[in-house]
Ligand binder design. Structure first.
Ligand code: BGC
Length: 539
């Protein structure tokens, strides 16, 4: 990717280098990220808590103890709920806004937690799991989009990845809470019910936070949007952001007003963006993160630690390393870029899956039980988590929050989160049967092959979006769909706008057309925005 211009900052074009925006430089955006990230916490907690809780649910309900079908349904019903929630969540986001979507997710989640905690029988418990899953699904689409739309582009990757830190932190917390409640009467009811608390906390805090400025702008609530934007940007940058949003809004107006799911198939630039986003989400799951996490106690036991408690403790460490690795990702994503981070992460994932595969092959073919193979497996496990967590954990969620045009951000983000949850369900349901059929070593080898495909996919299809504004990212897809010449004047409105800007600068009138400023400097900026130098957006 060429571009000294783009390297200089978000909107990229001029003297952006003078403004230094860092992860910690704006407390308001950071606070907003933390509150939105409670959605990630619910996601992580809910996916992590059930394995421990199930042990105690089996003790209380004999029917569950006797039926592996009931056990599987209790576990996977939340995934089913998340699939539906993510699909519906995209639409709620576009139609009613990010704030209302978050509030809806909290209400459903809190009701679901209470239903589970009070469940008199397994069937009510299953219904509660479905509700909680619905809430998690809606939150999984909403939190990244809400954060991305409030973030200055220089630090957008780190802020969206903070939501992933909340996911991995939530998983870690769920293991801790599982340990804490093992001796308390009502065990699993506490484990499952306690998650209503963060949902209620997020609901209350969210009432004090604004709607996403970009969504407000799209819904033509410009003055409300400007109030929010003025809390995020300094005056100079604010003007620039408003200019760009006005341009985007004008384009939205030229398009037909209603957006349909069919457009995602029909419009080439949207289709390309969606295939890239959904592909990343699918590969995140098919490279096996959740099975490796799931398998961690077994791997640890293979190394010769037979005590259950020690195995649990070591899985807690795995979850801790996963969260710590996400912090590394937050630090790297806006410097390294999304592509380099994902590619180096996948490289490590491939090596570690091969190590795991070799360890399991050796163990199954050896006659003596040597702890050497076990240690090799532990090494593979550690390398896997350390490689996955900074890259393939946060990158798919980040890229999906930033690659779609404003009016498609909800539905495309929702559809690709649905792809993530469906893939998660497929892997969870098939891993054990595949391992039984071909052996654990061969299963890890299959995952390694998938990771190689993921590497090629990222190298070929994923564009670098580091530091780009949403408008610049949108242009990437136009270039890919129609070529750089077409993208320079990809719509009639682009050339019309350029012309009216030029006219305005020659003969200033009462209303400045959006996208240009009252100076030669502004004109140059408008020209650069409309006609980026050739090749600037190729990755
Ligand atoms: C994934 C989850 C996974 C978690 C663990 C997230 O990015 O979407 O499915 O459990 O990472 O690290």
């Amino acid at each position: 990717m060429n571009s000294s211009l783009l390297d200089e900052g978000s909107s990229g074009y001029l003297e952006a280098g003078s403004r230094k925006i860092t992860y910690f430089s704006n407390g308001y955006v950071l606070g907003l990220t933390a509150v939105a990230g409670i959605g990630g916490l619910l996601f992580g907690y809910d996916t992590g808590v059930i394995s421990g809780a199930l042990l105690y649910i089996k003790d209380e309900f004999e029917a569950v103890n006797d039926s592996s079908f009931l056990q599987e349904t209790i576990v996977s019903m939340a995934l089913v709920g998340a699939i539906i929630g993510a699909a519906a969540g995209g639409w709620i986001n576009d139609a009613y806004g990010r704030k209302k979507a978050t509030l809806v997710a909290d209400v459903i989640f809190a009701i679901g937690s209470i239903v589970m905690a009070a469940a008199p029988d397994p069937y009510v418990l299953i219904f509660g799991r479905l509700l909680v899953g619905l809430g998690v699904g809606v939150a999984s689409v909403t939190a990244p989009v809400y954060i991305a739309e409030a973030s200055p582009s220089e630090i957008r990757g780190g802020l969206v990845s903070t939501n992933v830190l909340m996911i991995t932190g939530g998983q870690f917390l769920s293991y801790l809470i599982n340990l804490a409640f093992t001796e308390v009467p009502g065990t699993w009811r506490w484990m499952l019910g306690v998650s209503a608390v963060p949902a209620v906390v997020q609901f209350s805090l969210m009432l004090c936070l604004p709607e996403s400025p970009r969504w407000l702008f799209m819904k033509k609530r410009k003055s409300e949007a400007i109030v929010v934007l003025s809390k995020i940007y300094d005056p100079l940058r604010l003007e620039e952001e408003i200019d760009q949003l006005s341009v985007a809004l004008e384009e939205e107006r030229q398009r037909k007003t209603s957006v349909s799911y069919w457009d995602v198939v029909k419009k080439k630039e949207i289709r390309l963006a969606f295939l890239t986003g959904a592909g990343l989400q699918a590969f995140q799951q098919f490279t096996g993160i959740n099975t490796v996490m799931y398998y961690s106690p077994t791997i640890v036991q293979m190394a010769g630690f037979s005590s259950n408690q020690l195995a649990l403790l070591l899985s807690l460490i795995v979850a801790g390393v996963n969260a710590a690795g996400t912090i590394v990702g937050i630090n790297l994503i806006d410097h390294f870029g999304r592509r380099k981070l994902a590619l180096s992460s996948l490289f490590g994932v491939i090596i570690s899956l091969i190590v795991l595969s070799v360890a399991f092959f050796l163990e199954s073919s050896s006659t003596s039980s040597s702890s050497l193979y076990g240690w090799l497996a532990v090494l593979g496990l550690a390398l896997y988590i350390a490689s996955f967590s900074p890259g393939m954990g946060p990158v798919p969620w980040t890229v999906n929050s930033e690659i779609y045009p404003e009016s498609y951000r909800g539905i495309c983000g929702g559809m690709s989160a649905t792809v993530n949850w469906v893939s998660n369900l497929i892997v969870a349901q098939s891993f054990l049967s595949i391992a039984e059929a071909v052996g654990t070593g061969a299963t890890f080898l299959i995952l390694a092959v998938v990771a190689v495909l993921a590497f090629v996919f990222v190298a070929v299809f994923v564009p670098e979006t580091k530091g780009l504004t949403f408008e610049e990212v949108e242009r990437i897809w136009k270039v890919r769909a129609w070529g750089s010449g077409a993208a320079q004047f990809s719509t009639v409105s682009d050339s019309t706008r350029l012309f009216s800007c030029f006219e305005y600068l020659m003969r200033p009138g009462p209303t400045e057309p959006p996208g240009c400023q009252k100076s030669v400097h502004g004109f140059r900026k408008a020209v650069l925005f409309l006609c980026p130098p050739k090749g600037q957006f190729s990755s």
